[in-house]
Design a protein around this ligand. Structure first.
Ligand code: P6P
Length: 337
């Protein structure tokens, strides 16, 4: 039986996990959680309000924006602007970093990278979508933050999390001392501790990849997908294939049941599709803190120095033994080439 504890009570009891300054993380997570509650309300009634469907505009990636994409971005921007703790926001929905120059934010120490609403193409079909956020601390105390302070390696993150808007709304985060999950209780409007000390199973039997791109994948990735499909009762293969079209849904399922999510380079995404700063880095931080693994298939994601705020990379993330098997087959295939 898990003792009743709200997100704020949990943070207050674990302030030592976040030594930068008492209260900073509480305020930041409170603001992110508040925006998450507001978005949860809209996502759960998207079918009955005018917020459903296409916004008729495109984001920096050239992808059509759903009204909820824009709404979610605006919610996070406004709550974080008001916090006074954030100096820069990088968002999937904004081409350039947003520098918060108002009086309250001028001496702020934190840089946030976020995907306000990942998997938004699922909104109209009532499937899970999510918010992903990554928190860095400024490395200098002088004037305005520089691009180099923004493009930090993922291993420098001081906190990261996701909010999944599914059959329930959950907030899952880490500050580098394990991973904890909180479920929104709408009757009291609070995120309550429901999944303490989350650990991803070292092995899994679910692989998640868009197999429509199979013929374009590198040889080693094809070899791993075939490995997943071969009959071998000793390793519980063939595995099950699951693909929701929403990375957050795949990652959250893997956290609870084990599994691997892959988005390799393919025909229309030569560098991969998933963004390093506000999708791969925060989820890699969480997965590694839960004893999982996150790589491009060749290198550890958290060691990568971003070349740009919207950089895309190939990603393999999930149960440690599954990712390591995929990396092994990719290595063997390259040695043969
Ligand atoms: P595809 C959503 O747009 C996303 O970034 C991930 O959440 C998801 O796993 C992937 O793209 C889906 O992409 O090309 O398979 O439709």
């Amino acid at each position: 039986m898990i003792a009743f504890k709200t997100l704020y009570q949990f943070i207050a009891e674990n302030q030592a996990d976040f030594p930068y300054a008492k209260g900073d993380l509480s305020r930041l997570l409170r603001d992110l959680a508040l925006a998450g509650k507001i978005i949860s309300r809209e996502v759960n009634k998207a079918g009955i309000t005018d917020i459903l469907g296409e916004a008729g505009s495109e984001n920096v990636q050239g992808e059509s924006q759903k009204k909820l994409d824009i709404y979610a971005n605006e919610q996070f921007m406004s709550t974080l602007l008001g916090s006074g703790d954030v100096c820069v926001i990088v968002s999937e929905e904004n081409e350039e970093p947003v520098f918060l120059n108002d009086e309250r934010s001028r001496d702020a120490k934190y840089i946030i990278a976020m995907d306000p609403l990942d998997g938004s193409s699922n909104i109209d079909v009532n499937s899970a979508v999510g918010t992903i956020f990554s928190i860095f601390r400024r490395q200098k105390d002088d004037a305005a933050p520089t691009l180099d302070e923004i493009l930090q390696e993922g291993r420098n993150q001081v906190a990261a999390g996701y909010i999944i808007y599914g059959s329930s709304t959950m907030l899952v985060y880490t500050t580098g001392n394990g991973v904890n999950g909180f479920t929104l209780d709408p009757t009291i409007g609070e995120f309550c501790l429901s999944h303490p000390n989350m650990k991803i199973p070292e092995d899994g039997t679910i692989y998640s990849v868009n197999e429509g791109n199979y013929i374009y994948f590198p040889r080693g990735v094809k070899d791993y997908i075939k490995y997943c499909q071969v009959y071998d009762p000793n390793t519980k293969r063939p595995y099950n294939s699951r693909y929701a079209g929403s990375m957050i849904a795949e990652i959250h399922r893997s956290m609870l049941k084990g599994g691997i999510y892959m988005y390799p380079a393919s025909w229309d995404h030569k560098e991969g599709k998933i963004r390093l700063m506000y999708e791969c880095n925060p989820l890699a931080f969480i997965i590694e803190q839960a004893n999982g693994k996150a790589s491009t298939g060749k290198e550890r994601i958290l060691d990568m120095k971003p070349t740009g705020i919207h950089q895309r990379i190939p990603v393999m993330i999930g149960s440690k033994n599954m990712v390591e098997k995929a990396e092994e087959l990719i290595r063997l295939a390259e040695e043969k080439e």
